[in-house]
Design a protein around this ligand. Structure first.
Ligand code: SF4
Length: 468
């Protein structure tokens, strides 16, 4: 019997670490003792473990990941008893090993024997929910926002190889069908009923078993309109259940038949990717969103990738497409609404991938910060109301670019500075600035607090020092 420690570094994460939950099941089947903790814990660090697993996520989590390995490196007899898997460990395999000679398990744990035992395939095991239950696990001081949900995969891998995506490296083979019914039954029996179903599939529409997957979802109790009933304080509570393919679906593969199938389940939201701003991609996106709405799918959503090959204009135009579609649905009396989540691109490979500082060729430091400021005010979501969209992002492209150039606090507290007349003064001064000037360059590319200014430069730059 071995003592096993499972660690997720301390970065914030909405989703519990599914791979560690499956590794927990695996080791418990072998009769081992398993403890899970998020981040650093002195008591656990001071013990000796037969093996420690450290999961990794985005490559821009490099620093907290390295910090965590360093922290626990003496808690095993040999550093090779620390096992690292997940996205960062797979993509930056060589860099990680150079830093610490840990054991890296790249890609999926989808073959017997990867962790030693030949009988079990870790990836097909059900997840152990007890390790993320703070009442059962006293070492856990972190509450995962998503814990009342079955989390599963109905497919693995993807048929495409998008350059900004790590999936082709981590899951290079496409598996079109995994039976989710068994997994859900196991979780229900061992850890109780969960309200929602979150499917982490990368490209479920590429599966030739798509109809079967939808039928499995319905059989598992997630048909359209499904509710969960439970007792609380002697009262019966009924709450709606939802299914979320949280990685989004591929608009290119959405047909009428697939849309009809999706409309038969309790989908909320249906996330349709909107990564490109060229006319062909926009036309395709609009057609598929309208198709989904025509099948009565009400909650539509998307990740809008920016800071890749796109420009700020491309971001604005895509958000405007969604604002216009929302307006169209409202005028038609349709209940469908789109909520957008702009998502900043960070490279998955190379030196730029180790933090979130990458600046796309058509972006600059100021514009990226400014988009973040706008999104902080909207909690990361661009909602369906056009007047809010106009207020947050501007009535047109020109206004959007002007907002992006504003001092940060002026973006966040728009009304305060407008009432005080400061925004108008800034706009007048800013409009006199030539795009070739040194000040214009400083505003968009430098941290102004670190610079010394001459008298002549100071006028416009002073807004950015006093207002941010
Ligand atoms: S379709 Fe999606 S999952 Fe597949 S490679 Fe492209 S971005 Fe990645």
């Amino acid at each position: 019997m071995s003592n096993i420690l499972l660690i997720e570094p301390s970065y914030r994460n909405k989703y519990p670490p599914l791979a560690l939950m499956k590794i927990s099941t695996y080791h418990k089947l072998l009769g081992d003792t398993v403890i899970f903790c998020k981040g650093k814990n002195t008591e656990l660090k001071n013990r000796k473990w037969d093996r420690i697993y450290i999961t990794t996520l985005f490559t821009f989590h490099w620093n907290p990941t390295i910090d965590t390995i360093e922290y626990y490196q003496h808690s095993v007899n040999n550093i090779s008893d620390i096992y690292c898997g997940g996205v960062l460990a797979t993509v930056l395999h060589d860099d990680l090993i150079k830093k610490f000679p840990v054991t890296v398990t790249p890609g999926l744990l989808n073959r017997a024997g990867i962790l030693g035992n030949d009988e079990h395939i870790v990836d097909t095991l059900p997840p152990d929910y007890s390790i993320i239950d703070m009442e059962k696990n006293t070492y856990l001081k972190y509450s995962y926002p998503l814990k009342n949900a079955y989390i599963a995969y109905a497919t693995r891998g993807c048929i495409r190889k998008c350059p900004f995506c790590a999936v082709p490296t981590i899951e290079p083979c496409f598996s079109p069908y995994i039976d989710i019914k068994q997994q859900i039954d196991y979780i229900r029996t061992n850890f109780g009923e969960m309200k929602d179903l979150v499917l982490l599939d990368n490209n479920v529409l590429a599966s030739e078993n798509f109809n079967e997957i939808i039928d499995d979802i319905k059989k598992a109790g997630f048909y359209k309109g499904a509710c969960l009933e439970y007792k609380k304080n002697g009262r019966t509570i009924r709450t709606k259940r939802y299914v979320d393919f949280n990685q989004g679906i591929d608009a290119r593969l959405l047909t009428k038949n697939k849309c009809k199938k999706l409309s038969e389940i309790a989908i909320k939201p249906l996330r349709i990717a909107f990564d490109h701003a060229d006319k062909k991609s926009v036309d395709l996106y609009k057609a598929k969103i309208r198709m989904a709405a025509s099948y009565g799918i009400e909650h539509l959503s998307n990740y809008v990738l920016f800071n890749f090959e796109d420009s700020p204009e491309d971001l604005y135009n895509r958000l405007l497409v969604n604002a216009d579609l929302n307006e169209e649905f409202r005028e038609q009396g349709s209940n469908s609404r789109i909520f957008s989540f702009p998502m900043k691109y960070s490279p998955v490979r190379g030196t730029n991938s180790l933090d979130r500082k990458y600046i796309g060729v058509k972006w600059n430091k100021k514009y990226l910060r400014a988009v973040q400021c706008i999104l902080n005010a909207t909690h990361g979501v661009v909602g369906p109301k056009k007047e809010f969209f106009h207020r947050a992002f501007g009535r047109n492209l020109e206004e959007f670019l002007l907002i992006l150039s504003m001092p940060e606090d002026m973006i966040i507290n728009r009304s305060k500075y407008e009432r005080a007349g400061i925004t108008d003064r800034w706009r007048e001064d800013f409009s006199r600035l030539s795009e070739d000037s040194e000040q214009y360059y400083f505003i968009h590319n430098k941290d102004l607090k670190t610079l010394n200014f001459s008298e002549s430069q100071h006028n416009i730059l002073s807004y950015y020092i006093s207002v941010q």
